[in-house]
Ligand binder design. Structure first.
Ligand code: ATP
Length: 500
């Protein structure tokens, strides 16, 4: 604003001088020089960056710890650390140096930003947030200046708001705090990081405003060691993907403001969403509400949630429909995956569909019985069998395979590599780096071929059921896991096979 008024007034002055016959050439020269200076120092650097400031109360964007589902360990560690800010007298009395930084490490969407906001609400601090990339510019010194700016802004803002503490949250801190000397334009990167270290070292318990830096990253391995040494990021808090209990809790939090039908079973939904982050779960709740609204329903039903899971996992429904022949092949393929899954792991199929979503023409969604973090050889082999079962089913029913199985095989190769890397293949324990590529390739082929043969034996007696499933899929687009289990039990009873 001041700039605009200044430019306007100068322009008016120059016009008046020109009118009075004064030579204005030197003024124009000066104006051009000033303009160029402004352009190179400010505009080309993306303008003067303003960091986002969130006010320290819940109605204006902060959350409290109760609004964060799961993350029990992270919350506990964070709360302990924050008491250093809440009770500074106790800390000073004991001669404890102030806590300067907390690093939150974990995959995207697990609630790191939420935790930082909750930390600000808990300590009644002003909260400033910025992304690591906002500090990095082409021009030497700009990043360092921005680091100085955010720390001084945190202090001045806290004083203005009469608060005694400020929290600065820097997301993707690995961009600004990466190992020194590894970047091509490393001088600028190094200067920026050095400035961050200087600012952190300058924080003291006697300051009128206690500043705490919270960094978030999912690549702690990229960070410069200097940042991680004691006295800087003193606490490293792991923020993991939510487990079953936590997924239930997060879902409950996100459906709190939504009208639910009586059939909604959050436990079942939590079971079906293994591997989802908090952000995925929030999206499931939101998408389910959108689907219910599109259906003109007053309440959200379980089937809206299951469809929302499919959408979040696989992407939006595609308009493009395969022709009759292709649709039959897709139905056989997906039926094969589902039968193999259910026969090996009863209760594992959530649903099968031939609705094209994202890049997939159809898919079978599994429902893990429990959250697993360790896998046995048998489990991984079963997984390969389920992955190749689509191609095997196509061969059984249609007499040949198609390119539709390419992605399945790519996944099967990854699982086979995992078996080899864990020393569970016929090669025994191997050093992956020293293993010749041809040997690795041969072993992968063998592992997958064995499972192809096994799954062919498994599916052959159920060919009639496979065809039936495919026919229903062609008609109805979707078959539930419960229906498949019922039909499989009937089939087994008719053939005198005991169900598991
Ligand atoms: P990124 O690393 O991508 O920046 P993040 O870990 O900082 O992600 P957030 O921004 O905190 O993740 O989370 C995104 C959204 O996901 C939140 O606004 C919230 O709706 C939801 N969410 C994530 N984790 C949780 C959780 N534990 N409880 C409730 N909601 C969550």
């Amino acid at each position: 604003m001041i700039l605009e008024v200044g430019v306007g007034a100068s322009l008016a002055l120059v016009v008046v001088l020109a009118w009075q016959g004064v030579n204005i050439a030197p003024f124009i020269f000066l104006a051009v020089m000033l303009g160029l200076l402004y352009y190179f120092t400010t505009v080309r650097n993306g303008g003067k960056k303003e960091f986002t400031v969130v006010e320290a109360n819940k109605s204006s964007g902060l959350v409290d710890f109760e609004q964060i589902g799961g993350q029990y360990t992270a919350k506990k560690e964070l709360l302990e650390a924050l008491d250093f800010i809440r009770y500074p007298e106790r800390i000073a009395k004991m001669g404890i140096r102030p806590l300067k930084g907390i690093l939150l490490v974990g995959p995207p969407g697990t609630g790191k930003t939420l935790l930082a906001k909750a930390a600000a609400a808990y300590t009644d601090s002003v909260f400033l947030t910025a992304g690591g990339s906002e500090f990095i510019e082409l021009y030497a010194g700009v990043g360092a200046q921005r680091v100085r700016d955010i720390f001084s802004k945190a202090r001045s803002l806290a004083l203005k708001e009469k608060k005694s503490s400020a929290i600065i949250f820097i997301d993707e801190i690995e961009i600004l705090g990466g190992k020194r000397g590894t970047h091509t334009s490393h001088h600028e990167y190094d200067q920026t990081l050095n400035q961050l270290l200087v600012e952190m070292d300058g924080l003291s318990v006697d300051d009128r405003v206690r500043v705490l830096l919270i960094g978030a990253t999912n690549r702690a391995d990229l960070l410069d060691k200097a940042l991680l040494r004691p006295g800087r990021f003193d606490r490293v808090v792991q923020v993991d993907l939510p487990d079953f209990e936590a997924r239930q809790e997060i879902l409950r939090l996100h459906v709190g403001n939504k009208p639910l039908d009586y059939d909604v079973d959050l436990e079942k939904l939590a079971r079906e969403t293994f591997g989802f982050s908090g952000a995925h779960l929030e999206s499931v709740a939101n998408e389910a509400a959108i689907l219910a609204m599109r259906d003109n329903k007053e309440r959200i039903s379980q089937h809206h949630f299951t469809e929302a899971i499919d959408k979040v996992m696989m992407g939006e429904k595609m308009e493009r429909k395969p022709d009759k022949e292709e649709l039959w092949r897709v139905a056989v393929h997906e039926g094969g995956h589902a039968l193999a899954s259910e026969l090996q792991r009863p209760g594992s199929v959530a649903n099968i569909t031939t609705t094209p979503r994202g890049k997939a023409l159809g898919y079978m969604r599994q429902r893990p019985q429990k959250d697993s973090y360790l896998y046995t050889q048998e489990y991984l082999e079963e997984q390969i069998a389920i992955m190749v079962a689509g191609a095997v089913a196509e061969e059984l029913v249609l007499g040949n395979r198609s390119t539709g199985a390419a992605n399945d095989f790519a996944q099967a190769v990854e699982v086979a590599k995992r078996i080899i890397a864990s020393g569970m293949s016929s090669l025994g324990v191997v050093s992956l780096e020293d293993l010749p590529g041809s040997l690795m390739h041969k072993e992968i082929q063998q592992i997958i071929a064995e499972q192809e043969a096994a799954v062919k034996d498994l599916l052959t007696p159920y060919s009639a059921l496979l065809m039936e499933l495919a026919e229903i899929l062609v008609q109805a687009e979707k078959v539930s896991g419960d229906f498949l289990r019922r039909r499989l039990a009937e089939e087994k009873a008719a053939n005198g096979i005991k169900s598991a």
